[in-house]
Design a binder for this molecule. Structure first.
Ligand code: SF4
Length: 72
């Protein structure tokens, strides 16, 4: 299974911070309330909460993206 990472569209985000409440293990807020992610693959046990954050973001600003395979 591919590693999944959280990405956030900073243009779409309204900086309300709901995602950081849903997934504090992987999303922190900056001083203006915009979410920050470290880009590392999510541990499997966080995938349900990450999926909920994607689904519940009011601005549809969160995505789960898979690693691209390395080019030969
Ligand atoms: S829930 Fe969505 S809109 Fe709200 S801070 Fe997080 S990414 Fe931005």
């Amino acid at each position: 299974m591919a590693d999944l990472r959280i990405t956030i569209d900073p243009i779409a985000c309204d900086a309300y911070g709901y995602c950081a409440e849903l997934l504090p293990e992987a999303i922190m807020l900056d001083e203006w309330g915009y979410p920050m992610v470290d880009g590392r693959p999510l541990p499997p046990d966080l995938l349900p909460a990450a999926s909920r954050a994607v689904r519940d973001c009011p601005k549809r600003a969160i995505s789960l993206t898979a690693n691209r395979p390395a080019r030969p």
